[in-house]
Design a protein around this ligand. Structure first.
Ligand code: FES
Length: 105
């Protein structure tokens, strides 16, 4: 399945993703610049992404913990999510996200 990522400089990337992987892990494993300091433990907010509006409502909704942690990110928008909390699945094949400022290593 595919994951489309726009990096902090506007570069576009088409990544091959595996079911059950966290979006953050896919981005990191393909070598794109994402800090993801805590490795997915919901303790850092440096895996912040903006989700394409067409996809945002198709994601599993945020937990309270994610919402609280997202408060620590810079420039939070209505389509912000923490990419370590989004799991790839068939329904998300083709998902589009943009790396938010402050997520670069
Ligand atoms: Fe730290 Fe997602 S990697 S909150």
């Amino acid at each position: 399945m595919k994951l489309f990522v726009t990096d902090q400089d506007g570069g576009e990337h088409e990544l091959e993703a595996l079911e059950g992987w966290r979006v953050m892990e896919v981005i990191r494993d393909w070598g794109l610049p994402i800090k993801a300091e805590c490795g997915g433990a919901l303790a850092c907010a440096t895996c912040h992404v903006y989700v394409d509006p067409e996809w945002f409502d198709r994601l599993v909704p945020m937990t309270e913990e994610e919402e609280e942690r997202l408060d620590d990110a810079m420039l939070v928008k209505s389509n912000s999510r923490l990419s370590c909390q989004i799991l790839m699945s068939d329904e998300l094949d083709g998902l589009k996200v943009r790396l938010a400022p402050g997520s670069e290593p």
